[in-house]
Ligand binder design. Structure first.
Ligand code: GDP
Length: 317
């Protein structure tokens, strides 16, 4: 039974990944910052508490668990917040990756004789100012915010450790959503807001840039991609994306429509406070490498992701 260690196990994608690996028969350990167990973490997971910014404490967890594969999903994950906390972002999303790669490299060989693995949750924000769409694994890296810059460092470092012999993959995740997304992200802000408007608990949705385009997928599908990569003997960089992009406005329209509201323009207001100083305009990914190498494909498209989130927020599922 392979053993996994997931950092960020109490986050949206970490919790889905834990469920996925348990279903595959893995022994799953997780690291979380808080000292109380988050109810989102499935019961069979052994939880270790460490702040990823505490490098010796985190390295001690890696040494104690000695995972066959470490999945690094811990991050300061909000692009907007990364402008308020650029140094914490660099530390958690950048330097902590160096600490984890170093800790995994220091482990003795696994009993199975297989190479230890490292799977980095990388991000479409690597390509912030991309002048090509869809992006591929070869698209030039051009972050436009502190979050993207920190992820670019982690991504590059994973490539360096792979070249040096570690089974290290960087999985470039495009936006992936679910009812477990916090409202700091626009999709959940929209679906939870639409549900409250429907119930008469909120008057309007106050948003930022409605013209940005994102490639939104279903978070459990992205957890499946991480699991497939962690389970594979072959390490590489892999884009995980649906290949379709939609504007924030499209998402708003689809969410109101899923709630049975066709006239929604008067219910949405743009507030410059939510408009970012620089915003990646179109992030759309080509996941051909992952589809061809490991047979991955998304199970839900845009309309289904929106409908699933609205239905959850309306209490229908
Ligand atoms: P990101 O792509 O990882 O930054 O995910 P977000 O869900 O935070 O943002 C996606 C896009 O939605 C970005 O282009 C934002 O500029 C845009 N956006 C528009 N209004 C809002 C808002 O009120 N909150 C957030 N978080 N994003 C917004």
């Amino acid at each position: 039974m392979p053993r996994a260690l997931i950092t960020g196990v109490s986050g949206q994608t970490g919790s889905y990944l834990a469920e996925n690996l348990l279903a595959r028969g893995w022994e799953v350990h997780g690291v979380q910052r808080e000292d109380t167990r988050d109810p989102i973490v499935p019961a069979p997971v052994t939880v270790h508490q460490a702040d990823l910014a505490d490098f010796p404490a985190t390295a001690a967890v890696v040494a104690a668990v000695a995972p066959d594969t470490l999945f690094n999903l811990a991050a300061l994950s909000s692009v907007a917040a990364s402008w308020q906390k650029p140094i914490e972002t660099a530390l958690l999303n950048g330097a902590a990756v160096a600490n984890l790669l170093d800790a995994v490299s220091a482990l003795p060989p696994a009993d199975s004789g297989a190479l230890r693995g490292f799977v980095q949750a990388s991000s479409a924000e690597l390509f912030g100012a991309a002048d090509e769409s869809p992006q591929t694994e070869s698209t030039p890296i051009r972050p436009v915010n502190p979050y993207g810059a920190s992820k670019a460092y982690g991504h590059a470092l994973v490539g360096a450790y792979r070249a040096a012999g570690l089974r290290a993959s960087s999985v470039i995740l495009y936006n992936h959503e679910s009812p477990r997304r916090p409202e700091a992200f626009v999709t959940r802000k929209i679906t939870a807001g639409v549900a409250r408007i429907t119930r008469g608990e909120q008057d309007e949705l106050v948003l930022g840039n409605l013209d940005a385009r994102r490639d939104w997928g279903w978070a459990p599908d992205y957890a499946e991609a991480l699991a497939l990569v962690g389970d594979s003997d072959f390490a590489s960089d892999y884009i995980v994306a649906t290949g379709e992009s939609h504007t924030i406005r499209d998402f708003v329209a689809a969410a109101f429509s899923a709630a049975g509201i066709d006239e929604w323009e008067h219910l949405v207001r743009v507030d410059p406070a939510f408009v970012r100083p620089v915003d990646a305009t179109e992030l759309r990914g080509d996941s051909s490498r992952l589809r061809n190498a490991l047979g991955w494909s998304p199970t839900k498209g845009f309309a289904e992701v929106v409908a699933a989130m609205v239905s959850h927020d309306l209490g229908q599922s």
